[in-house]
Design a protein around this ligand. Structure first.
Ligand code: AFP
Length: 322
């Protein structure tokens, strides 16, 4: 099985970018190790702090953020980072070519139940001729990403990565500490009978999503004329991994549950990187009204509605929004 760096070299990926991803993976291997130590390492549970989103920070959110932040800022390759766990961007090296957005530990409510979590990342280049490190530099649409991926900390630790030439999956071999290529080309099936949504929010959704999900649930007794199954991991990284592996539609739609926060998922470090992966694997990713990767961001912690997955099923869902 091939190691991850030579695979990227064969793909003619820029050597600095390979080096950056490799550096990022060093921190993910450390997170993987600590997660697997679990309760033995006294890293479960919450801190007394909240992040910028008003969410209680788990100890592992803070540890993971620190590990990734330190290694990226020391690499010399990164101009600045934006993280779910940081209020503002953090400047790195003046000569760094790259901007990295990340969610250090997505699905953190799963930590204490020993369930799926993951690190999601998106990499862009500093716009031509710009000096210093500013939030404006980050406000580029997802189409500008040069790499995106996630590391899923499950029964095995897997890296799923795109640099714009398809999606590959690597599995961490703990005996040698390397990510080895285990799927050369991830493709999302065009059709599916599986959907992922938090059904407890149903009454808060807008009419098109209410109708679409009702029709899925009606199954072969309704207009869809086939039965659907539902899965919800409560970690986007786990749900999207399932979609990439065996197809499906995943959505976190707009809702009125908290009028101050109509959308839950973060554009820069959740929706954009996942959309890049999904599109590279042949799927579709939209807010319902716009391709996610074409959204012009207005701030780094911006939230969006997300509908992504199997092409034909997402297209059907989008049909309800017209
Ligand atoms: P946290 O990492 O803050 O726990 O949030 C995870 C997440 O943003 C996303 O990964 C899940 O799809 C979604 O929240 C789950 O949300 P619900 O708890 O509302 O189902």
């Amino acid at each position: 099985m091939q190691r991850f760096v030579p695979v990227l070299r064969n793909d003619n990926v820029d050597l600095d970018l390979i080096s950056l991803i490799n550096t990022l993976m060093a921190s993910c291997k450390e997170i993987s190790f600590r997660l697997h130590q679990g309760e033995l390492a006294d890293i479960l549970g919450s801190t007394l702090d909240e992040n910028i989103q008003g969410e209680t920070q788990k100890k592992l959110d803070v540890i993971s953020n620190q590990l990734i932040k330190d290694i990226l800022l020391e690499s010399g390759l990164v101009r600045a980072i934006a993280s779910e766990e940081e209020d503002t961007i953090v400047a790195g090296s003046e000569n760094g070519r790259y901007l990295v957005c990340f969610d250090p530990l997505d699905g953190s409510s799963n930590i204490d139940i020993n369930s799926l979590v993951g690190t999601i990342f998106s990499i862009m280049e500093v716009p031509e001729g710009q000096t210093g490190a500013t939030e404006e530099m980050f406000l580029q649409p997802g189409t500008q990403q040069v790499a995106a991926g996630y590391v899923l900390y499950g029964p095995s630790t897997q890296l799923v990565l795109t640099t714009g030439n398809g999606v590959r999956q690597y599995t961490l071999d703990n005996t040698i500490g390397e990510f080895l290529l285990t799927n050369e080309k991830m493709i999302i099936s065009e059709d599916t009978q599986e959907f992922a949504v938090n059904m407890s929010n149903q009454r808060f959704w807008q009419a098109p999503m209410q109708q679409y999900i009702s029709d899925l649930i009606a199954g072969d007794t309704g207009t869809r004329d086939k039965n659907f199954n539902m899965r919800w991991i409560a970690a986007m990284v786990g749900d999207v991994h399932r979609v990439l592996t065996r197809g499906g539609i995943f959505t976190y739609p707009t809702d009125t549950k908290n009028p101050k926060q109509p959308n839950k998922l973060r554009l820069m470090y959740e929706a954009n990187p996942m959309s890049f992966l999904v599109e590279q694997a042949g799927g579709v990713s939209s807010t319902g009204y716009q391709r996610i990767m074409e959204i012009q961001p207005t701030e780094i912690h911006q939230r969006v509605a997300v509908i992504l997955g199997s092409k034909n099923e997402v297209d059907t869902c989008l049909g309800y929004h017209k």
